[in-house]
Design a protein around this ligand. Structure first.
Ligand code: NAD
Length: 297
């Protein structure tokens, strides 16, 4: 199946990156968000990120202009998806919201259109079940930042048709990414392995085994991780980490996934990591520098 017209739902962190990589690879992209200001911001971010590629010499000015011209923005989802062959949904991570969006997409998108979701943790099978085309619903989980990260985790729902998986695998390769196909169980692969590691790092801090910097340094220098687990948790968002751990805990019913009480406390208190200015580290707006939060110093 040859795809040309893509719709991306949600123009936040992930949606703008997904629109960027499709547009740069020559696809026509309708970028949809309920918030017009967010669409404006997304176009600015994509422009800046393309500029960075031009200054690095990995893209020409002409290619940048073509990529930008490939993107059209919409606040009306029904209009944005009316001629789409593939929809990639990247709206806020909330189960009720995603189920509502997929019911609407099923009504508004053409019959043959594949409906993909970039969800980090919500069951693909559950999302597919609210549509009349469960065979055409699939997970297409890009990593952040999308233009840089190579992996696309492709998640087969219980009813996903093999031809749909094959199409999304080929498409991911066409985008210059490396696809990995997995099945639909809580956390898929990426978060099933990452989140227990982050949770264990938080438990190590909570139990006083070591401080923030020591834990992160052990994992950076000892395991060649580019970023320590506590700093990575701050960047993902501690609320997001907590909600994925709840998905794992509820989904498997295994106490090994129980979130560390320190993580729960930090989220309750509004210490969400980089986006709120403080988590395990403290962040200064406009600066890339992070210092250990005085609560853990
Ligand atoms: P975000 O909060 O940055 O953006 C979400 C966007 O969705 C917002 O612009 C919001 O206005 C829009 N939105 C909300 N309801 C909508 C609707 N009904 N129609 C259209 N747009 C709507 O979130 P994000 O970090 O980009 O995450 C998006 C998805 O990607 C989530 O499912 C998340 O789990 C997943 N994800 C995030 C990351 C990450 O590192 N941030 C990584 C992988 C996957």
């Amino acid at each position: 199946m040859s795809l040309q017209q893509i719709a991306v739902i949600g123009a936040g962190t992930m949606g703008n990156g997904i629109a960027h990589v499709f547009a740069q690879s020559g696809f026509k992209v309708n970028l949809v968000d309920v918030n017009a200001g967010q669409l404006e911001k997304a176009l600015q971010t994509i422009g800046k990120n393309l500029d960075r590629q031009v200054s690095k010499g990995t893209l020409t000015e002409g290619q940048k202009s073509i990529a930008l011209a490939n993107i059209t923005t919409h606040t009306d989802m029904a209009v944005g998806v009316q001629n789409a062959q593939l929809v990639v949904e990247a709206a806020t991570e909330n189960t009720d919201l995603k189920l509502k969006i997929f019911r609407q997409l099923d009504e508004a998108a053409p019959a043959g259109c594949i409906l993909a979701t970039n969800t980090s943790s919500i069951s693909i099978t559950k999302i597919a079940a609210v549509t009349k085309r469960a065979d055409k619903v699939i997970g297409m989980h890009f990593m952040n930042p999308v233009p840089v990260m190579k992996l696309v985790e492709i998640i087969n729902g219980y009813a996903t048709d093999k031809s749909v998986t094959d199409t999304i695998v080929a498409l991911s390769t066409q985008l210059g990414k490396v696809p990995c196909v997995v099945n639909d169980y809580p956390g898929f692969i990426a978060n099933r392995i990452l989140m227990p590691m982050i949770n264990e790092a938080i438990y190590s801090l909570y139990e006083g085994v070591a401080g923030v910097e020591s834990i992160d340094t052990v994992m950076k220098l000892g395991m060649a991780h580019p970023m320590g687990p506590l700093q990575l948790a701050d960047f993902i968002g501690l609320d997001v980490c907590l909600s994925i751990l709840h998905v794992l805990h509820d989904g498997f019913g295994n106490p090994k996934y129980a979130p560390c009480p320190l993580l729960t406390n930090m989220v309750t208190a509004g210490y969400l990591g980089a986006k709120s200015g403080e988590g395990f580290y403290k962040y200064t707006p406009g600066s890339k520098e992070a210092v250990v939060s005085r609560r853990f110093a």
